[in-house]
Design a protein around this ligand. Structure first.
Ligand SMILES: [Zn+2]
Length: 125
């Protein structure tokens, strides 16, 4: 049981819900950023792999670590659910769209709302 008998419990609940909503959107956005960093460092990974192979050194551990990080970030992204529609935020049918900032089901943006004002419709890359 809660002991709050405030004047406006609905307003308080709304604020708490909005905070949770923003928190989930922030986590989704962060998950996307992790995956993009991993994706954009792929050329560096390939160069490092070539350098290691040219030196005759083993690359098994290096490859394993990179693939494990990649898989962990991809799994994190796949498991993110949209706070509005409840579906997977980045996965539609079988394909993971890690570039989009919008829910692939309902179009909800994962950008923070505080700055700017475009709620939807604007495509930002
Ligand atoms: Zn959605």
């Amino acid at each position: 049981m809660t002991a709050d008998n405030g004047n406006q419990p609905d307003k308080r609940n709304n604020t708490e819900d909005e905070r949770q909503f923003e928190k989930q959107l922030h986590r989704i956005s962060r998950s996307r950023s992790h995956m993009l960093v991993c994706f954009y460092t792929l050329p560096l990974y390939i160069v490092a792999l070539i350098l290691l192979l040219n030196e005759g050194r083993g690359v098994t551990f290096f490859m394993f670590v990179y693939m494990a990080v990649y898989a962990a970030f991809a799994l994190d992204m796949v498991l993110r659910k949209c706070p509005r529609c409840g579906e997977q935020f980045f996965v539609r049918i079988l394909f993971l769209n890690f570039v989009t900032r919008h829910c692939v089901h309902c179009g909800l943006s994962c950008r923070p709302r505080g700055n700017g004002g475009s709620t939807d419709g604007g495509r930002h890359f």
